[in-house]
Write a protein that binds this ligand. Sequence first.
Ligand SMILES: C[S@@+](CC[C@H](N)C(=O)[O-])C[C@H]1O[C@@H](n2cnc3c(N)ncnc32)[C@H](O)[C@@H]1O
Length: 389
Amino acid sequence: MTRLVTHDLAVRPTRNERAAQDFTSSLRGHVLNTMASSMKSRWESRIAPALETPAEDGLAVHKALRDDLYFRFYSSLRMGAQEMVWSSVSDAVTRDAGRLREISDRLPACGGSLTLDPSLPIPASVSDIDVHLMPGSYTSETGDGDLAAGAVYENGLSVFSFGLMGKNLDDIGESSAFWLRHAHPDFKPTAILDLGCSVGHQTLPWARAYPDARVTGVDVSAPCLRYADGRARSQGVAAHFVQANATALPFPDASFDLVYSSMFLHELPVKDIEAVFAEARRLLRPGGLMLHYELPPNSQLSAYDGFYLDWDCWYNAEPYYKAFRDQEPAALCAGAGFPAEGYVQTVVPSLSWYGEAAVAEAIAGPARLGGNTGRLADGVQWFVFGNWA
Ligand SMILES: C[S@@+](CC[C@H](N)C(=O)[O-])C[C@H]1O[C@@H](n2cnc3c(N)ncnc32)[C@H](O)[C@@H]1O
């Protein structure tokens, strides 16, 4: 279902394409809910008890499961569904790319901006990999003004997330901003930066949550940023999009109150994550906050749940996933010079799944990592960590 892309840059799939998209979303829902539960039960009831030595970590669980027929069936269906996510949207985007560009060019300005840097080197971690099996990754372009990669990403995400990212595919940003406003009502950022913003899904919620703030999104991908700019204007939200590498940003010291990212760090080599955190530290004003939505670390999950989340590293062209998840988030923050007493970590229930009242109640209580923390499955909860400067 590209059905969740409802703004002016929506593509026009044929009936067959729409059917393929709906089928793919349903298949993913089945694999990630029903089959994932069955696989875990099978692990707990049959495979783990038969091991001579208990599996101590995710690698040991993977080794024990690799030849299991159910795991292989699960993995092949999930990989097939992932390829179908992109193939089910790419023809419609190819047909419509010129039209989307014309629409974007005509959408009125609303206080935001787009700044591209054609000389920016694209990191190999983006250009050399079809990240999560997305053909051409985020940065392939056919010429000036091309925004097709952004359209593929957004429509693909709509199919991929089978409704779990909210009606506007921005549930992570909405939930994160809701948490920050309720957990820290006195914090009033006036300059907010979203790193690896892609098409701006999680950037715009910050502009809505803090209407007096100047909100900037950075990404290395020009086609994603062109699309992000059109998408923001279509939704009447002022946001500034800048093409830059988050490891070396073109902003002065102490120029932001909040440096945020969502689903970004696990796509970077560890040395780049360290550079990103050092940049965040440099850019934050005193009293500012660095905040990331990410997958929870292996150290805070059971061996099985750690293995389950690292599946993408082995089967979904996400080679940096496990190395990131093997890090200690607090140590990464401390390594960049953040004060240990300013470390924060919490679990934010999905706003669109649970509703505002339930999320506000959860915010008031202790944060607990459950089986669905960071897992795209029904009842998803988002793992958020960061550090006050
Ligand atoms: C999974 S997407 C994140 C999307 C978005 N933050 C969200 O949550 O909807 C990762 C994004 O990071 C960008 N990216 C990867 N490496 C980068 C870097 N070193 N600097 C800036 N952006 C980068 C990619 O181009 C891609 O758009």
